[in-house]
Write a protein of this length. Structure first.
Length: 201
C-alpha cells in the first residue's frame, strides 16, 4: 500500500506500558510466528503518515528495539495504575501539537495498515466526531478522538480507557464495523493459538 498524504495533525498512540499480568510475562515481546507482538502491531503504522507517532511504555527499555525510529517514546511512571494513565500521559504530551489522536493497543498484532487508513479517512470526513471500530455494534480499539475530547482524556486514571469515553458520548460517536479477527488482542497465553491461525506462514 502506498503512503497517503500526511494526515492533518493527527497523532497515533500505541499503548504499550501494561503489566501483562494475565499473560504471565511481557506479552508484547512474545514471538508470533517469528515476530514480536508489538512489532506486528506497529507494522500497521509503518505505511501511514501520521503527524506524530508515539508509544507509551513503562520505561524499562525492553521494547525500544521493536519501535521504529519515527515513533517517539513516552514513559509512563504510573503504568501500574492502569491504562487510563497512559492515555492521559500521551494526550497531555500531544494536546498542543495535534487536532486528533488515534489510540491503538500494543497487543493487536492483526490490525492492518488498510484498517488504519480506513478509520483515518472516515474521521477526516467527520472531524468533530469520535470514530471507532466496532464488532456487532460493540466499540473496539483503535479509536480516534478530536481535540474537543482531549481535556477528558487527560483526566483518565486507573483502568478507564478510551472506550469508556467513547461510550459516554454516544451522540458524538461513529462506528465502523470490521472483521473481528483484525482486532484480536493477546490477553492470555490461550489467545496465542487463536491469533496465530490468522497469520500467514
Amino acid at each position: 500500500m502506498k503512503k497517503s498524504k500526511v494526515y492533518t495533525r493527527i497523532a497515533a498512540v500505541v499503548l504499550a506500558a501494561g503489566t501483562s499480568r494475565r499473560f504471565g510475562s511481557n506479552k508484547l515481546l512474545y514471538i508470533l510466528r517469528g515476530e514480536p507482538v508489538l512489532k506486528r502491531t506497529t507494522n500497521a503504522l509503518s505505511k501511514t503518515n501520521f503527524w506524530k507517532k508515539v508509544a507509551v511504555t513503562n520505561g524499562d527499555g525492553k521494547l525500544d528495539s521493536l519501535l521504529d525510529e519515527d515513533i517517539f517514546r513516552i514513559i509512563n511512571d504510573r503504568y501500574r495504575e492502569g491504562m487510563g494513565t497512559s492515555i492521559a500521559a500521551a494526550t497531555r504530551y500531544l494536546s498542543k501539537d495535534v487536532d486528533a489522536i488515534l489510540f491503538l493497543l500494543g497487543d493487536q498484532p492483526l490490525v492492518r495498515p488498510e484498517d488504519i487508513e480506513r478509520i483515518v479517512q472516515e474521521f477526516l470526513e467527520m472531524p468533530d466526531r469520535v470514530v471507532a471500530f466496532s464488532v456487532s455494534g460493540s466499540v473496539r480499539n483503535p479509536i480516534i478522538f478530536p481535540s474537543t475530547f482531549f481535556d477528558e482524556l487527560t483526566r483518565l486514571s486507573g483502568d478507564r480507557g478510551a472506550r469508556d469515553i467513547a461510550l459516554a458520548h454516544q451522540d458524538s460517536l461513529s462506528l465502523m464495523e470490521i472483521d473481528p479477527a483484525h482486532l484480536l488482542d493477546l490477553d492470555t497465553i490461550n489467545d496465542v493459538r487463536a491469533i496465530e491461525k490468522y497469520i500467514e506462514e
